[in-house]
Each structure stands twice: as structure tokens, then as C-alpha cells.
Design a protein around this ligand. Structure first.
Ligand code: AMP
Length: 290
């Protein structure tokens, strides 16, 4: 596995690789790699000849009160995991390589970024899309793979690529879960004591909505009520639970393509989860299973 820290060196590697006729797939991450990230690498491998993974904790997407300083970082461990999972290149730039000066010009993600995560984390998606655009310029991939776990982010990246004519495909992979249903997340490491058990409220809420929908309920308000009921667990403070389409718009009636999105706080930890009604949490891949 090649390791690159400079965006120009990354671009040179990628251009040489593509000139030689290979298709390049790219998996951007903030590190603290877990099986969810590693499945994205597997997926990248399926759609390309060479796989690039990046590790960069992007200061631009964290609010002043958020966990930028304490975000888990372990490049040695991540390097070994990415190498073992067959990545061809690891792009791990330092903050100065990505931002030699603080960028004045940033992407404006528009109304899709205003609700949900965007409402709770002002400026978050401007930071995300700005770094993703910069990473795309460094890697120039044929395809980039994102996780559905961060649904609003994945849909915004899709729109950015379409609206701004980035010459690449965006692939969105299903959420990898623990056996008990908890979506894998680097932030799960923050959960203390009872919080790990309480965190199951999120996937349970998604299941409750899905079950009610399968039983014939299609009214969004009634379905949201079912979900919020399941989120009523001591120690869990829901930020939102909503039924949306792939443009993050509220739906008038729930159908198989409707996505239930939710976020909640447990102590100082914020967790996100979502499920497509027609697919359901139970069908998501489980960490550890082949
Ligand atoms: P992060 O390092 O948290 O920024 O995530 C990097 C990429 O991995 C994003 O595209 C995430 O959506 C994706 N990801 C994170 N957790 C999971 C998961 N449990 N299953 C699938 N993809 C995930």
C-alpha cells in the first residue's frame, strides 16, 4: 500500500494509475476505521481496479463546541487495517497540506443541508462538501463510495457531484451494524456504561416505524409517533426522527423508498441512524458476518 500525504503527490499517483488503464475508487474517511469503513473498501474494490482510502479529520466540519480535538485518531492502526483490507493507496494529509491557508471560499450546500444535521450543526455540510471537493481534486477518482449511515451527507455529495459536474460516480453502500442492530460509528467508542445499551433505541425506533409501515400504516405523522415512542428511553434525547425522500424532503405518504432518519444524544455522544422502509434494518449487513 502506497502512503501519500501531499495532495499533488496523490494526484500524480492517481493520474499515473488511470493512464495505465486502471479504474480508481475512492473511500473518504476521518479514520478510527471500523468494519463499516472496511466494507466500503470491499465495495470500492468491486467497482474498480485500484482503491484509495483517505484519512483526514476535517476541522471545517466541526462546530466550536464539537469533538474535533478529542475525535479518535490512530493512524498506525488505521494503516494496518486499510493495508490488510487491500487498499492500494492511503491518502493521509496533515491539516497544513489540506489547508495551507484557511479557505475563504467554501461550498454553499443549499436547502438540502439546512434541516436535520444541518439544523443541529450549522455550517457542518459546507465544511463536509468543501473538503470532499478538495479530496476529489486530489484523488480524481472514477467512483467514490460513501456510507448510507450518513444519509444526508451521502445525498448532498450526490447533488454536489451532479450540480457541479464532478466527473465521477457516487456509490452509496448500506449501513453495517453490530449484531444487536447498533450502526457502527467511530463515535460509539464514546459510549459509557449503560449508554451502549440505550443506544439500541435508535435502531429499535427504525424497526418500529418499519413494522408499522409493513402493517399498513402509511401516514408519516403516525409513523413518526411510533418511532418517537421507541426513542423514549432514559438517557436518550432525540434530536429528530423524520420520514424523507432522497432529497431530504418530507413525504406525504410513506412508501418503500421512504427513508426514516433519526439522531439522538446520549450524554455527550450524538448518534445517527436511518433505514429505507422497503429494505429495513434487519437486512443491513452485520459486522463479523462474511
Ligand atoms: P467517517 O469516517 O465517520 O466520516 O465515515 C467515512 C465514511 O464511512 C462515510 O461515507 C460514512 O457514511 C461511512 N460509514 C460510517 N459508518 C458506517 C457504517 N456503519 N456502515 C457503512 N458506512 C459507514
Amino acid at each position: 500500500m502506497q502512503e501519500l500525504t501531499d495532495p499533488r503527490a496523490m494526484r500524480a499517483w492517481s493520474r499515473a494509475t488511470r493512464r495505465a488503464g486502471a479504474r480508481v475508487a475512492f473511500v473518504p474517511t476521518m479514520g478510527a476505521l471500523h468494519e463499516g469503513h472496511l466494507r466500503l473498501l470491499d465495495r470500492a474494490r468491486e467497482c474498480a481496479d485500484r482503491v484509495v482510502v483517505s484519512i483526514f479529520v476535517n476541522p471545517l466540519q466541526f462546530g466550536p463546541q464539537e469533538d474535533f480535538a478529542s475525535y479518535p485518531r490512530d493512524l498506525g492502526r488505521d494503516r494496518a487495517l486499510a493495508d490488510r483490507r487491500g487498499a492500494d493507496a492511503l491518502f493521509a494529509p496533515g491539516p497544513d497540506a489540506m489547508y495551507p491557508v484557511e479557505p475563504l471560499v467554501r461550498l454553499a450546500p443549499g436547502p438540502m443541508a439546512e434541516a436535520f444535521e444541518g439544523a443541529v450543526r450549522p455550517g457542518h455540510f459546507a465544511g463536509v462538501l468543501t473538503v470532499v471537493a478538495k479530496l476529489f481534486h486530489a484523488v480524481e477518482p472514477d467512483v467514490a463510495v460513501f456510507g448510507r449511515k450518513d444519509f444526508q451527507q451521502a445525498m448532498l455529495v450526490r447533488r454536489m457531484v451532479a450540480d457541479l459536474d464532478f466527473p465521477l460516480e457516487v456509490d452509496v453502500a448500506p449501513t453495517v451494524r453490530e449484531l444487536d442492530g447498533l450502526a457502527l460509528s467511530s463515535r460509539n467508542a464514546y459510549l459509557k456504561g449503560d449508554e451502549r445499551r440505550s443506544a439500541l433505541a435508535l435502531s429499535r425506533a427504525l424497526r418500529a416505524v418499519e413494522q408499522a409501515w409493513r402493517a399498513g400504516q402509511a401516514d408519516p405523522a403516525a409513523l413518526v409517533g411510533r418511532g418517537l415512542e421507541a426513542l423514549r428511553v432514559p438517557g436518550v434525547s432525540p434530536d429528530y426522527l423524520a420520514l424523507v425522500d432522497d432529497q431530504l424532503r418530507p413525504v406525504a405518504r410513506a412508501d418503500a423508498a421512504t427513508v426514516v432518519i433519526t439522531a439522538a444524544r446520549l450524554g455527550r455522544t450524538r448518534l445517527l441512524d436511518n433505514a429505507v422502509l422497503g429494505e429495513g434494518v434487519a437486512r443491513d449487513p452485520v459486522a463479523g458476518a462474511p
